[in-house]
Every structure is written in C-alpha cells, then in structure tokens.
Design a protein around this ligand. Structure first.
Ligand SMILES: Cc1cc2nc3c(=O)[nH]c(=O)nc-3n(C[C@H](O)[C@H](O)[C@H](O)COP(=O)(O)OP(=O)(O)OC[C@H]3O[C@@H](n4cnc5c(N)ncnc54)[C@H](O)[C@@H]3O)c2cc1C
Ligand SMILES: NC(=O)C1=CN([C@@H]2O[C@H](COP(=O)(O)OP(=O)(O)OC[C@H]3O[C@@H](n4cnc5c(N)ncnc54)[C@H](OP(=O)(O)O)[C@@H]3O)[C@@H](O)[C@H]2O)C=CC1
Ligand SMILES: CC(C)=CCC[C@@H](C)[C@H]1CC[C@@]2(C)C3=C(CC[C@]12C)[C@@]1(C)CC[C@H](O)C(C)(C)[C@@H]1CC3
Length: 532
C-alpha cells in the first residue's frame, strides 16, 4: 500500500478557512445550478426512455452495440493486447466517492452505451436489461405493470452492471439475498471477443458440464476484471401498490440486535414480511422497519404517506420523528402505508443523510414547498463539481463505509464503529447469504444471516485517521468472516484482501479465460491507491 495516502499534517489555517466556506456554502452552486440541471436531465432521460420503449428499438440496437464492443476487443487483440481493458464509464458518473486511476492508460470498452431494458418475460418471470440500466429506470418501468425486482437497491442511479460486478443490498435482501442472487443469466464478452451466455445449470453433474458455466459464479464482485457484462437477466416478483410499514422503536443496542436478529430469521421464510431495515440514531436509540406488500389501508384510522412527494420530510428525519412522537408504551408500533416506488427510493431524496451537509436547509418546510420538486441533485453532477479542497476535507473526516458482517456480530461491530467514528444514523440492513462458489464464498456454513452496517457522514472523533481507523475496522470485519463493500475506500493489503474474499474460482477463471494480460487484477481496482 502507498504510504501517506491521507497525510498526517494538519491543514494550514487558510486551507481550513477555505474548506469551511466551501463546505458550508456549497448550496450556493447546488441550489441555483445543479438542481435545475439535474431536473432537466431526468426529464430528458425519462422522455427518451419512453420513446425507446414505444418504438421498441432497444433489442436491435443492443445487437449493434454488442457487435461494436466485440469489434473494439478484436482490434485490441490485433494490436497485441498491449494495454489493460476497462469499462468506458467515466469516473464522475459512478456511485462512489472516488475516481478510478486505473482507467488513465487503459483501453476503454464501450459498455457505457448499454442503458436500455431489453425484455420482460412474464412466463419465466424475468427481466433482461443492459448493464447501464439504473434502479430508477427499472422501478419506473416494472411497478406500474405490477412487478418488481426482489432486490431493488434504493439510490435511483445505481446500475445493473455496477451492482453485479460490484455488489448490492437493500431491505428485500433478508429474504432474497444480494443483487447477484436475483440474477439468472449473464450475457458477456470475453477478452477474446467471444460472446457468451452464462448461467448456473442445476442439472450439471460432470466436471465438464459444471465447468462450462462456472464463470457465472465468478462474476459478482469481480469489478469487471473477468469479462464485460453486456446484459443480465434478473428474476421479478409480483408486487402491490403499497408497502405497509411498521416502525418499532428500540431503546438499547442489545434490544436492537436481539429484535433485528429475531425478525430477520423469523420472517425470512414467511410471506408476511417483505422488507426489513433498521436505523440507529444514537448507540441506543433505534428503529426497526418491517415492510409488507399491501393493497392499501384496512381501516380508516391507518394512513397513506407518500413519502416520495417533494414537500415531504427527508425519510430518516421522518423515522426519527415517528419514534420520538408516535411510539410509546401504549402504542409500541406505528404503521403507515407507503406507495411502493416511494418506499424503494426512500433514501434517494436525502442521499441517505448526506444531503444535510450539502443543502443544510433542504428539510425546511419553506424550501421543500418552494424548491423540493427539483431535489435531489444528481450524485454524478455533485461529484463532477466537488472542488479539490472539499475532497481533501472529506478525505480527512468523512466516513463512507459499508461493512457486511454476520448478524450475530452486530453488537460488537456497532460498538467498534461507535468507538472509532461515532457517526449516526447508522444504516442496518440484514441480508441472507447462501454459500456459493465465488468471491463471497462462505467458509464455515451453508448459509447465514448477515447485516450491512453502513456509516456515512462527517466524524468528529478525536484520533480518527482515514487509513489507520479504516484498517482497524477492516481487521475486525475480516476476523468475523465479513466483507467490505468495494465502492468504499479499501486499505487492506493484497494478502488481507485475499483473506477476506475467496479468490480460488476467480483466479482459475482469469487463467481459463485469458484475463491475466487483459484486465487489471480485482485488487488493483479496489485498493485505495488505485483511486483518487
Ligand atoms: C489448480 C486449480 C485447478 C482448478 N481446476 C478447475 C476445473 O477444472 N474446473 C473448475 O470448475 N474449477 C477449477 N478450479 C477452481 C476451484 O476448484 C473451484 O472453483 C473452487 O474450489 C470453488 O469450489 P466450490 O466448492 O466453491 O465449487 P463446487 O461447488 O465444488 O463447484 C465446482 C465448480 O463448478 C461450478 N458450479 C457449481 N455449481 C454449479 C452449477 N449449478 N452450474 C454450473 N456450475 C456450477 C463452480 O463454479 C465451480 O467452478 C481450479 C482451481 C485451481 C486452483
Ligand atoms: N444499496 C447498495 O447496495 C449500494 C451499492 N453501492 C455500490 O455502488 C456501486 C455501483 O455503482 P455504479 O455507479 O452503478 O457502478 P460503477 O460504475 O461504480 O461500477 C462498479 C464496478 O463494476 C464494474 N462494471 C460496471 N459495469 C460493468 C460491465 N458492464 N461489465 C463489466 N464490469 C462492469 C466497474 O468496472 P470499471 O472499473 O471498469 O468501470 C466497476 O469496477 C457498486 O459497487 C455498489 O456496491 C452504492 C450505493 C448503494
Ligand atoms: C449499501 C449502501 C446503501 C450504500 C450507500 C452508499 C451511499 C451512501 C454512498 C454511495 C456514493 C456516495 C459515496 C457519494 C456521496 C455520499 C455517499 C454515497 C451516496 C457524495 C454525494 C458525498 C458528497 C461528495 O462531494 C460527493 C458528491 C463526491 C459524493 C458522491 C458519492
């Protein structure tokens, strides 16, 4: 690892003053410029998608776009495979804080032109989409038809390709697993320019027949270092118009861990709960939310709350006000009916809780009624306009980490996060992990309930140091057989990374599909020093 990625010296007074001003007055650029631009971009893209859908041009265009990708790779082969291959998607568009450095001298393959939904198959109950299709696009297309993805991560701009080659979880994951687990087939192009369809074959018995499709298991988490994904087929399930959401308050960390464990395990095999997530507002004060698909309220007393409307409060502040004001000993559970799409994208408008630093008055009722309809700003536009002084401030004091750990270790891990970074709210999202071949293979059991512990925000903790603190967190996560999400800063050494992820199948497939001289190694893409 490169030493001194995050320098130890304190910034000068003038630098701190500049950072303070830019941090507190970022809204001066965001509100009058980025909000209208984001709004216009969204309207334009929505109209474009509707047109493509009406004229049904996506499947034909797909063939042309994949041919072009194969053509690019053939040329690169003919040229002697002299550079490494990466996706052309520019760094400012991706859902992470960092810009990739490994793309600078690499050959960029045009997977970024693939952003259309290709096919809905109601017999097989699947949807086929290009890798650049976003979660916002899928929910807008599927929900009005009465279907949804079993796992539909919250932020509108997350892409199918990123969630497969990286990873994805959300509140349906306690039942359906991660995003990779809802995929049934990948269409990929190899470094030899071959177009392959890869899928698991439950009937495969012989080594040869298993071998034919074992690439399927190696792709998730591989960060585009085995093949280029050109389409993915995902399972869909029927859905209803609303989510009946129950809010339960927890008063101690122990209670949170016990109830979350009980709820996740009890409900993972039953149909009456479809979503589980929890938020911790302090180490002890938390809220567990259990959701269920619903046709609407059963009684007049129950309320519909369209939390996605522009004038509504940011979701996490709404949750806190519910547990503070509506829950007591007599009413231990509060219930609301939320329109399904509003529920899925509940954290989009407030970018989880990151927006509070960017538009500090964004949750004020006057702002919401006047300009709320323009929010949220597009994350990619924010990223492209983040000045360097703000980036160095984020480097020193802003934590963006998701640690995936066995649910039984949650209490210890929250305590460690409290000691090391003390950022609230903390996001807790249980997910069911089946041991399958590949990078995320479990060592000790066939399946286990895990939980994603997400910390996003500024830390004021004395002694916080991005590299040293993260390394301590990473060490703990490795010890409990956990995984670190790869969009975040990873400070592990290669040996430590190999200890966390099972690279056996991955390395085998790299050799079998001639990847070693074609793609960077996955570690070369995820380590902190590979990103700016
Ligand atoms: C020197 C060396 C040689 C290797 N040779 C091979 C080899 O010849 N073939 C090979 O596949 N791996 C090979 N590997 C990879 C390695 O053996 C396994 O991928 C790794 O041990 C994972 O095993 P597993 O128990 O997770 O998979 P297992 O469940 O034992 O499965 C073995 C293989 O079949 C695939 N598989 C499992 N279930 C299905 C299914 N339903 N449909 C389709 N495929 C499925 C897996 O991806 C895996 O590749 C080799 C590794 C090394 C280091
Ligand atoms: N709820 C959740 O689960 C959330 C998840 N995230 C994280 O955000 C990331 C997704 O962001 P997004 O902007 O969509 O994706 P990115 O552009 O960040 O891509 C993520 C990785 O996937 C690779 N990749 C993307 N498309 C393809 C493709 N067609 N073929 C091969 N490889 C590909 C990229 O390769 P390359 O480096 O060459 O571009 C990159 O390494 C994931 O890593 C996810 O874990 C973030 C927020 C929430
Ligand atoms: C598993 C789950 C739910 C992960 C959620 C991760 C999000 C909270 C992350 C992903 C991308 C992310 C790091 C980002 C940012 C905040 C946290 C985000 C949204 C922001 C918007 C913070 C402000 C920054 O100036 C900048 C605009 C660069 C980034 C962009 C990416």
């Amino acid at each position: 690892m490169d030493p001194g990625l995050e320098a130890d010296e304190r910034p000068s007074r003038s630098q701190r003053f500049l950072e303070f001003m830019v941090f507190h007055f970022r809204w001066v650029v965001v509100v009058p410029i980025l909000l209208p631009l984001s709004f216009l971009f969204n309207v334009f893209f929505e109209i474009r998608n509707k047109l493509i859908y009406w004229i049904n041009s996506a499947p034909n265009a797909h063939v042309r776009k994949v041919n072009y990708i194969q053509e690019q790779i053939k040329n690169w082969n003919a040229d002697g495979r002299r550079t490494k291959l990466v996706n052309a998607r520019p760094g400012w568009l991706t859902m992470s804080f960092r810009y990739p450095l490994y793309k600078t001298d690499a050959t960029k393959i045009a997977t970024d032109r693939l952003f259309d939904i290709l096919e809905l198959d109601l017999e097989k109950m699947t949807i086929k989409a290009e890798p650049g299709v976003t979660m916002g696009q899928i929910s807008r297309y599927l929900i009005p038809l009465g279907y949804t993805l079993p796992v539909l991560p919250e932020l509108d701009d997350l892409t199918v390709g990123g969630l497969i080659n990286g990873c994805g979880v959300e509140s349906g994951s306690f039942k359906h697993g991660m995003f990779q687990h809802i995929c049934t087939q990948y269409e990929v192009v190899t470094s030899d320019a071959e177009l392959l369809q890869v899928f698991p074959d439950p009937t495969a018995k012989t080594k040869k027949s298993k071998e034919a499709n074992s690439l399927f298991w190696a792709i998730p988490w591989s960060q585009g270092t085995l093949v280029f994904l050109t389409a993915a087929t995902m399972k869909i399930i029927p859905c209803k118009k609303y989510v009946k959401l129950q809010y339960k308050k927890t008063n101690t960390l122990e209670e949170m861990c016990d109830v979350l464990t009980e709820d996740s395990k009890k409900n993972s095999s039953f149909d009456d709960v479809d979503f589980i997530e929890a938020l911790l507002f302090t180490k002890d004060k938390g809220c567990i939310m259990l959701g269920e698909f619903s046709d609407g309220p059963d009684t007049h007393k129950e309320v519909i709350n369209p939390i996605g409307r522009f004038y509504k409060k940011w979701f996490y502040t709404h949750v806190e006000s519910i547990i503070d004001n509506k829950i007591d000993k007599e009413n231990p559970i509060a219930v609301e009916y939320i329109p399904l799409r509003d529920y899925y994208h509940r954290h989009s408008r407030s970018i989880f809780w990151e927006i509070r630093d960017i538009i500090p008055f964004g949750n004020n009722v006057i702002f919401r009624y006047l300009l709320g309809w323009l929010t949220p700003p597009k994350i990619s536009f924010l990223k492209a306009t983040t000045p360097s002084c703000l980036r160095s401030m984020y480097d020193r004091s802003h934590v963006l980490q998701d640690m995936l750990i066995p649910l039984e270790n949650l209490e210890k891990c929250v305590e460690l996060f409290h000691e090391e970074v003390e950022i609230y709210p903390l996001w807790l999202c249980p997910f069911h992990l089946k041991s399958q071949p590949g990078l995320m293979k479990l060592r000790d059991v066939a399946s286990k309930m895990y939980v994603d512990l997400g910390a996003y925000g500024v830390t004021y903790k004395k002694g916080y140091h991005a590299e040293r603190t993260t390394r301590r967190l990473e060490e703990h996560v490795r010890k409990v057989n956990g995984f670190q999400m790869t969009y975040a800063d990873i400070y592990m050494t290669k040996e430590e990374y190999e200890d966390m992820f099972d690279l056996t199948l991955y390395e085998y497939k790299r050799t079998a599909h001639h990847c070693n001289d074609a793609f960077p190694h996955v570690y070369e893409k995820v380590r902190r020093s590979a990103r700016r």
